[in-house]
Design a protein. Structure first.
Length: 173
């Protein structure tokens, strides 16, 4: 059995950290970590995944910027399937697999899903769901807006980040 963390963004997107049952792996930006990650926002040894018990634990190793599970800062937390771990500018999705062949199949499915192209409802430009996963593409009812159209539409509407524009004073110089 393995606890698997799949990189969901950044230069290592799609790569994995597989922690076999009965072991632990540290993660950080130093080569002294069990898994070195290229991210200047990570501490040298930022967190460890400890899979010596019945469920894996993520344990912050005194990092400056913290370790988060599902958006909540944690010192130590049990990991469940579908949890999301955040540290530095990285995010990992958690799953458990019985063997690494299962992991390869799951990674291929995930990456092929993320590579699907969807048209922007405003300009028609093809955008990937990976861009959507980064939070740059608003979605409503299966319709997507590319990041460029999202910015343009927010300026053209009478609402701006929760505020209502009562009167436009000018169009600029």
């Amino acid at each position: 059995m393995y606890c698997v963390l799949v990189f969901m963004r950044g230069p290592e997107q799609g790569e994995t950290i597989a922690v076999p049952k009965g072991t632990r792996v540290s993660v950080g930006r130093s080569s002294k970590s069990g898994r070195k990650v290229r991210d200047s926002h990570l501490s040298r040894v930022h967190f460890e995944v400890d899979y010596t018990g019945p469920r894996a634990l993520v344990r912050d190793m005194g990092s400056r910027n913290g370790t988060y599970v599902n958006g909540k800062r944690v010192r130590e937390q049990k990991l469940n399937d579908y949890d999301r771990v955040l540290a530095g500018e990285q995010s990992w999705d958690v799953s458990y697999v019985h063997n690494l062949a299962d992991l390869e199949d799951e990674a291929e499915e995930t990456m092929s899903f993320l590579d699907q192209l969807k048209p922007c409802v405003s300009c028609g430009r093809e955008i990937t769901l990976a861009t959507f996963a980064d939070g740059d593409v608003p979605e409503s009812g299966g319709n997507y807006l590319c990041p460029d159209c999202s910015i343009v539409l927010s300026f053209e509407s009478n609402e701006f980040h929760g505020f209502e524009i009562l009167k436009r004073l000018g169009a600029g110089s």
